[in-house]
Design a protein around this ligand. Structure first.
Ligand code: ASP
Length: 289
């Protein structure tokens, strides 16, 4: 049995001090939930999925319940899961009635015909695959509604993600977000795009990104970081370098987490904060909320 590792994040940004305890508790729950799968010999893909469900359900993060509202006061969610063993991926963009978009991403991955399905079509896919839709209003919290009413343009924060390496040395990654605050209706960010907000390949690394989506897309940050691992960089060096390229080339900020198939991990961010946590089979647990 090889080393195994789970890393989770709660989004690059300017998280408020008053949500610190909630962030710490949620990161801990996400690590516990994903870890239970890895420790029982489960797959990195399942561990990422379950860790992300936990973070989507936590309102302080910008994913699932409590996501940022778009310009029109609606929640539109993006999510992706990618399996490094097969390069299979499933993703959704701009869905409004899915409580846990990462679970719909998983169904699309399992189905295998498509990688990214958006909007009403994705909701139809959910129904056709036995998932129930929620009322869009169920995802809107009072604090996000109040923030939208004030419409103070402020940086987005609170995308969630996970990367994992399981005991077989297979890796996976996932990312889920409500996107940027006051985004244009229909806008899809980096998060559900293979190579941008997420990437996983057993030959390189599993990566989940966060930050200014349009800038992450420009430098295809997740794939860039994975390629650095493939060419011999350690995960931490690859995370630092990929982020540096994005900040140098675009002037915008973000962050990422990364794991390779030996279970070695890296995390980097250029924003004020990026809550994240790691647990590995060497006995390390570290949470930086
Ligand atoms: N990258 C996400 C997006 O642009 C937002 C974030 O990570 O804060 O949709």
């Amino acid at each position: 049995v090889g080393a195994f590792t789970l890393v989770v994040h709660g989004g690059a940004g300017d998280h408020r001090p008053e949500t610190l305890a909630a962030r710490e508790a949620a990161l801990t729950r996400a690590l516990d939930r994903g870890w239970a799968i890895l420790a029982a010999g489960g797959t990195a893909l399942d561990a990422c999925q379950e860790a992300i469900v936990e973070l989507e359900d936590e309102p302080v993060f910008d994913a699932g319940l409590g996501a940022h509202l778009n310009r029109d006061g609606r929640v539109e969610l993006d999510a992706i899961l990618m399996d490094g063993a097969t390069l299979a991926a499933g993703a959704v963009g701009a869905v409004e009635r899915i409580r846990n978009p990462i679970l719909l991403a998983r169904r699309i991955l399992a189905d295998g015909r498509h990688i990214l399905i958006a909007g009403a079509g994705a909701e139809l896919f959910a129904i056709e695959h036995g998932m129930s839709l929620c009322n869009p209003g169920e995802l809107i919290t009072d604090s996000e509604r109040a923030r939208w009413r004030e419409s103070k343009a402020q940086a987005s924060h609170g995308t969630v993600g996970a990367v994992a390496c399981d005991a077989t040395g297979s890796i996976a990654a996932g990312t889920s977000t409500g996107g940027t605050f006051l985004k244009h209706p229909g806008r899809i960010g980096d998060s559900p795009l293979v190579g941008c907000g997420c990437y996983a390949d057993n030959l390189s690394a599993a990566v989940s990104c966060t930050g200014h989506g349009e800038s992450i897309m420009k430098v295809v940050m997740a794939k860039a970081a994975a390629d650095l691992v493939a060419t011999g960089h350690m995960p931490q060096a690859a995370a630092d370098r990929a982020l540096q390229v994005m900040t140098d080339r675009t002037g915008r900020n973000g962050g990422l987490i990364l794991v390779d198939r030996t279970g070695a991990a890296g995390a980097a961010f250029s924003t004020a904060k990026m809550p994240w946590g790691i647990r590995n089979s060497a006995g390390l647990t570290q949470i930086q909320p």
